[in-house]
Design a protein around this ligand. Structure first.
Ligand code: IMP
Length: 198
């Protein structure tokens, strides 16, 4: 069976991406399977650039096709913050809960019209024969004042997707994957992967 390496150690992302790739007919490996690969710098300044840095580093180290994901939460009235810094919003090794607390504090007293936000996910596929292919998925919504729900990860408990009465953390994985930034990016990426792995 052909192999694809996900260029992430984030188990939450691995769970979501593996479900999205379940019909592809390839063996999906996560970075955990390659402990010899050290930390990968994510310092390009853009989501697309960071996804490429991760995918390219993993392709080089493993010799296998690799898929990188970089995601940011962009809050309109915070001028796009936390954006590319979403994982370290509250410090270098911040937990999800610490990042959410910082966000809610930064938006305290913002009225509903100032709570618009979007998730943006860049996916980059790197393989020797085709170079790098980049796609993007966007999920629009708003930031609640209090967390709701226990599923998902990261900022999911405070993100209410537009047109839905549930936060991403109140949805099961299959619904989140249908409407999320990552699910929409993967919809663009799947034809590229199918063509490559056929
Ligand atoms: P990175 O893409 O690994 O830089 O992670 C960005 C950060 O954004 C993660 O640490 C999470 O806090 C958050 N994040 C990424 N994807 C999602 C998602 O699907 N839902 C909620 N938060 C997410």
């Amino acid at each position: 069976m052909k192999k694809l390496v996900l260029a992430t150690r984030n188990r939450d992302k691995v769970r979501e991406i593996s479900a999205l790739l379940s019909d592809l007919g390839v063996e999906v490996l996560a970075l955990d399977a390659f402990p010899q690969i050290g930390p990968i710098a994510e310092d390009s300044g853009t989501l697309e650039g960071n996804a490429l840095l991760k995918a390219e580093a993993v392709r080089r180290a493993t010799g296998l096709p690799a898929l990188g994901d970089d995601t940011g939460l962009e809050v309109h009235s915070l001028y796009g913050e936390p954006g590319v810094y979403s994982s370290r919003y509250s410090g270098e090794h911040a937990t999800y809960a610490e990042n959410v607390s910082k966000l809610l504090a930064a938006m305290k007293s913002f009225p509903p019209r100032r709570r618009a936000a979007r998730f943006r996910c860049a996916l980059v596929f790197v393989a020797p024969e085709i170079g790098a292919r980049t796609v993007e998925g966007v999920c629009r919504g708003s930031i609640l004042e209090e967390p709701r729900g226990t599923r998902g990860f990261g900022y999911d408990p405070v993100f209410l997707p537009k047109g839905f009465g549930k936060t991403l953390a109140e949805m099961d994985l299959s619904l989140k994957n249908k409407l999320s930034h990552r699910g929409l990016a993967m919809k663009e990426m799947l034809p590229i992967l199918r063509e490559y792995f056929k």
